[in-house]
Design a protein around this ligand. Sequence first.
Ligand code: PEP
Length: 247
Amino acid sequence: MKTLIAANWKMHGNLSWVQKSAEFRALFPAKSKNISILLCPPAHMLEAMARASEGLDISVGAQNCHDQATGTYTGELSAAMVAETGATYVILGHSERRASFGDTDSWVATKTSAVQKAGLKPIVCVGESRTEREAGHAEEVVGSQLAGSIPADADGRNLVIAYEPVWAIGTGLTPTIEDIATIHDHIRGCLTTRFGAKVADKIQILYGGSVKPENAKEILALKDVAGALIGGAGLDMKSLAAIAALV
Ligand code: PEP
């Protein structure tokens, strides 16, 4: 399975950033057998990015979508609309959306269902807060988020999970390597209970939270870490390429 290096640009950039996929390829030219690159720009860039990235073996993803197919949902995009842009992934349940835009576990679940039905691949984000970690509840919180955010009709063969401790996002802090390994192992266990080992073993579990060229090697070497979801360091193609080079 290829290691997935995914950049979440959040609400950064403008249309000129479409050229960043070519910039990345110039820095990291090999059509690597073991790395997939995914760029998740703001929605207004999706179509142009998907077109610009096609010949470069770079996938494009959205940062969210709505669970309904159509309707009076001002400001929202359906999964089918995302698919029309040429994007192939959708990040769902990012902690910033959970904190500020009302994305609950059950809403993430219905979004996940919609995304899979539209033929796209969901990246479902889970992760504990600092208080939850300090109270020793990280595994329990992540297990409960997984149970609530993966819908009953989910296809485990078309699913990516991202473990992103909230306190590590954009802070420069990361859990210890042992803690990352423990949670990823726990996530694998939850997925095995849900889907059975044959399917669960193939689900990619990404780590996200202050991944940089300085710490990526150790994190990406962990057995159950199949890639990274990267915020800040993914805005700069030099640092994204430096991370990819560590795989
Ligand atoms: C993120 O927002 O998903 C993220 C991991 O951000 P950063 O890499 O900046 O911590």
